[in-house]
Design a protein around this ligand. Structure first.
Ligand code: AMP
Length: 466
């Protein structure tokens, strides 16, 4: 079905043409005619399906009639994270290039003043995270009685983040007569209750079953030891062994581990950035921009920070930790294999994490195959003693030596197979960025065998100092 059959306005069709999209994605083809007909809608779709354009395009068409009034937005889009909100704003810029609509973004981490000015001028489209929206409302800067269309995006993530009471409150502040568009990747009971309460006779559009992982994603599972340091070695091995890696997101379950892992990968010479909820808005957007334009190859991220990011060309996803909620696994691997492209998702699993793997496999309805090449780098135990006393430069150099001596390393507890004979170039390293990489430090590439003997060391705080 062509875009021209969906009932969209000429201006919107011209913008779509300019983006180069040839035909609507299934969610767009199914949802857009209903949105244009002013129906309430429940869209069950993951990110990567084109659902953003599924609501932005018809909203733009419908907004062509009428004008915004000061402090009274005409449409309201609720997003669970600042990044998602910023991306939806970007979609309005791209698809709304032939419109003169005012879009205001109300997200935390940026000053109220700028946002107030936009509200005072009158916003056709208000994109907000629930907390910041209610802050503005309580300060009397905003009236929600003019809202004609309400979009609740990524509702299941709103639930995970504890936003449901805020959503309920906001639903009661907007007019009863508004149109509501509701999107969620999954429909747990709490979400179903919400739709029953606030949507009127909605049409339901579902593009993928909730347990259906993208068919284009090659998934694999690598065994990893429980100690963080050894687990990081397995990750590095998997990154280096990955075929055709252009860029990757590395997911951790905890914010703290995002920081630790980023630091560690940096020390090992990888070109890496981090994204988690504690970074301020400016830092997050800057990191994202660098990842998008290829300056950063690896992005270490937590689920919340990475949810719904619009990064179309991710070739690989690594799960440094197995997600504790099986549905998060689907979301994570959905970051690759988008829009028909192939992608790979490699999950590291310690013995303790096997129970989470089991529930993911249950959701998928099939086992995740073992990684072909699950052997980590040479054993950390085989590293020379006292590396923590050395500066990062020397440690990185040592990391290179470890690779050179892989054949000599003792077998690994976590490695089901010995190191592969395949030698794949570690394409992810920053070329020429680290002077230390060229310098001969200590014994250079030669490591005498006595230095490779396993040594017993006192436990260190897992602070990424490897
Ligand atoms: P979303 O699911 O909204 O995050 O969109 C995922 C990606 O699909 C984004 O990078 C969009 O630019 C892209 N996209 C959206 N609609 C289409 C389309 N009709 N054809 C090709 N790509 C699209």
């Amino acid at each position: 079905m062509p875009f021209t059959d969906l009932g969209l306005s000429e201006k919107v069709l011209a913008a779509v043409k300019a983006t180069g999209y040839t035909e609507p994605t299934p969610i767009q083809a199914e949802a857009i005619p209903h949105v244009m007909a002013a129906r309430d809608l429940i869209g069950i779709a993951q990110t990567g399906t084109g659902k953003t354009a599924g609501f932005v395009l018809p909203m733009l068409s419908r907004l062509e009639r009428g004008r915004a009034r000061a402090r009274m937005p005409r449409t309201l889009i609720l997003e669970p994270t600042r990044e998602l909100a910023a991306q939806v704003e970007e979609s309005f810029t791209v698809y709304g290039q032939n419109h003169r609509l005012t879009v205001a973004l109300l997200i935390g981490g940026v000053s109220f003043d700028e946002q107030n000015k936009k509200l005072d001028r009158g916003a056709d489209v208000l994109i907000a995270t629930p907390g910041r929206l209610l802050d503005h409302f309580e300060r009397g800067r905003l009236l929600l009685t003019g809202v004609e269309i309400l979009v609740i995006d990524e509702a299941d993530r709103m639930l995970d983040m504890g936003f449901i009471p805020d959503i309920e409150r906001i639903c009661k502040l907007v007019p009863f007569t508004r149109q509501t568009l509701f999107f969620s990747a999954t429909m747990p009971p709490e979400i179903q209750k919400l739709t029953g309460q606030f949507l009127q006779n909605p049409v339901r559009v579902e593009v993928q079953q909730q347990n259906k992982a993208a068919e284009t994603v090659a998934q694999s599972l690598a065994s990893a030891p429980s100690t963080p340091k050894e687990k990081r070695a397995v990750l590095r091995h998997q990154i280096n062994a990955a075929q055709n890696l252009a860029n990757a997101i590395v997911f951790c379950n905890r914010k703290r581990d995002v920081t630790i892992l980023e630091r560690s990968l940096k020390r090992h010479g990888f070109n890496v950035g981090a994204l988690h909820g504690d970074l301020d808005q400016h830092q997050r957007m800057a990191t994202l921009a660098r990842f998008r334009n290829g300056e950063i190859t690896l992005l270490v991220a937590s689920d919340v920070a990475a949810r719904g990011l619009d990064i179309p060309a991710v070739s690989h996803v690594f799960n440094f930790d197995v997600p504790t909620h099986a549905e998060d696994y689907i979301h994570r691997i959905g970051r690759t294999g988008r829009a028909g492209r192939s992608g790979s998702a490699i999950t590291l699993a310690t013995p303790n994490e096997r129970k989470y793997v089991a529930s993911i496999e249950k959701l998928l309805g099939r086992p995740i195959p073992a990684a072909d090449d699950a052997a980590p780098e040479p054993a950390p135990a085989a590293e020379p003693v006292a590396p923590e006393a050395k500066p990062a430069k020397s440690r990185r150099r040592r990391g290179e030596r470890k690779k050179a001596s892989a054949a000599e390393a003792p077998p690994q507890e976590a490695a089901p197979k010995s190191a592969s004979a395949k030698s794949k170039a570690p394409v992810k390293r920053k070329p020429g960025k680290h002077k230390a990489d060229q310098e001969v430090v200590g014994l250079g590439d030669h490591v005498p065998n006595f230095l490779l003997r396993p040594v017993r060391r006192a436990n260190r705080v897992a602070d990424g100092s490897d």
